[in-house]
Design a binder for this molecule. Sequence first.
Ligand SMILES: Nc1ncnc2c1ncn2[C@@H]1O[C@H](COP(=O)(O)OP(=O)(O)OP(=O)(O)O)[C@@H](O)[C@H]1O
Ligand SMILES: [Mg+2]
Length: 320
Amino acid sequence: MTAGPGAGDALFDNEDLAVDLPPEESAQNAGVVDVAALDPALADPDAVAEAVAPQREIRVDEGEALLRTEGLTVKFGGLVALDDVSFEIRRGEILGLIGPNGAGKTTCFNAITGVYKPSGGTVTFDGRPLAKTKRNEITRLGIARTFQNIRLFGEMTALENVVVGTDARHRTSVPGAIFRTARHRREERDAVERGMALLEFVGIAPRAVEKARNLSYGDQRRLEIARALATEPKLLCLDEPAAGFNPSEKAALMDLIRKIRDDGFTVLLIEHDMRLVMGVTDRIVVLEFGRKIADDVPAAIRENPAVIAAYLGVPDDEPA
Ligand SMILES: Nc1ncnc2c1ncn2[C@@H]1O[C@H](COP(=O)(O)OP(=O)(O)OP(=O)(O)O)[C@@H](O)[C@H]1O
Ligand SMILES: [Mg+2]
């Protein structure tokens, strides 16, 4: 991360500001951080974007399939939540995954990220089959996600929540962590620097030392995205990131998702809001009752009779 002369080292050189503030102290300090005073580099959007950009090697070329599902099937007892679903996510694109409630969107995320073991089919990520790959290993391979219901460490500060995400990637041994070796201190400082840059990137750096549970709902959603980005994912999966947002918050979120893609990430987006999905995605996969019913560019999806029928759904006089 080269962010102008000396900027890399300047970010958060003061270790006293690091993550291990005791809870009482962080509560007292809770308030607004003047980001530019903390480090001038954080006031420069280009420097921030540079610090956030993924450094990781990706095997597939731009535009090739980064992730591919083939015949992906997930069953819960008698219920087929995902039924023989094949699609691909190309590197560098924003792919929308839509469908009515219960269509299988979150299940698809869960199958991709190793939460559920598929009953059938395969998932290939960056040239590698994910069968039998454990959840934390999938994170390390480069798939990160946010959750439909926000999951944050409420008693930790915003910055600490992001640094926890960074930890998934930097591995100091336990003895190293206990004795606070030079390497561990350096890793910790890097994580804090990157954490601050990520908070700035998603637009909540001034709230860095606020406890996550005290953040506004919208800021919590942004914090979840920052935490997912902290794992340096090749693929970022967002499960209804705009749920509960008003129109201006939705517009701001669309800008953020575009910025994330422009910074070199590939994005899989589950979203109910059609305007948002149509406005931000390159391609859309539509699920209904666990099956894929369409896979096309937004303009074609909008006109697709099967999609329109799925959304207009059951006539009002019939029970859903
Ligand atoms: N752990 C589970 N055990 C049993 N059934 C489940 C489980 N998870 C999901 N399902 C069922 O699988 C189907 C698909 O659910 P899923 O959560 O994937 O839908 P979705 O498209 O994300 O819907 P929504 O838009 O409401 O979030 C639903 O019928 C749901 O009830
Ligand atoms: Mg869902």
